[in-house]
Design a protein around this ligand. Structure first.
Ligand code: TIU
Length: 221
């Protein structure tokens, strides 16, 4: 047994490397680089870019420790048939599917939809294409985790209050224990970042644990 524990709040989280996976949420050019969906919505992407280096360090530690690594991408079919009409128009404007400097926004196969080079998947790491905010909705993520006997998830990525916590809340309902390293998740809104992290660990870890990159790296070493 390789049972160990992550230093975390509100208390330490025991884990086994064999049953732990790293889930990297939507670290796509459309959210993290200028001129993508994030910026089209009126956000400053520099606020989420601070998570890139800590994510890279955790990704490298997870690979070295032999963890299952899963990446997700939010996006849609080129004909947008999988995009709900209510999602197509935000703030009265149409962004998804429209042409931007990195191709059609949030459309699969376009440059902006791709994962950022700093965190690019390597062979053997599943990439989950998801049409929604949560990584389980209309995807085979649960099946992939279940087939590998995964019990614990380290969840990183963007944005903290949207796709990260939607995924963590549902993962908790599905029986997974979720650890969120605070410096490995990013938000365009500092106040949402703070509140989202507090919500996860409140009430005795109501739907997860919060830690940081250095604690995760130390526990995986
Ligand atoms: N807008 C925003 O904060 N996030 C998203 O639209 N998607 C993800 O969080 N990936």
């Amino acid at each position: 047994m390789s049972q160990s524990a992550f230093i975390a709040e509100p208390f330490a989280l025991p884990f086994d490397k064999k049953t732990t996976a790293l889930v990297m949420i939507d670290m796509q050019r459309d959210f993290v680089e200028p001129a993508g969906f994030g910026e089209a919505l009126g956000n400053d992407v520099s606020l989420v870019r601070v998570a890139i280096q800590p994510c890279k360090q955790v990704l490298e530690a997870a690979r070295k420790a032999g963890l299952l690594v899963v990446h997700t991408r939010e996006g849609h079919r080129p004909d947008l048939t999988d995009c709900p009409p209510a999602k197509l128009t935000r703030g009265g404007k149409t962004f998804i599917g429209s042409k931007g400097p990195m191709g059609r926004i949030l459309v699969r196969g376009e440059a902006g939809h791709d994962l950022i080079p700093e965190l690019y998947p390597i062979a053997g790491e599943p990439v989950i294409d998801k049409p929604g905010k949560g990584a389980f909705y209309q995807t085979d993520l649960h099946l992939i985790l279940q087939n590998r006997g995964i019990k614990t998830l380290i969840v990183c990525g963007v944005t903290t209050e949207v796709c990260v916590t939607t995924t963590v809340r549902e993962a908790n309902d599905r029986g997974f224990e979720c650890l969120v390293p605070a410096d490995c998740v990013g938000s365009y809104f500092p106040e949402f970042q703070k509140a989202s992290l507090e919500m996860i660990k409140a009430q005795g870890a109501i739907f997860g644990w919060v830690s940081n990159a250095s604690n995760v790296i130390a526990a995986l070493a």
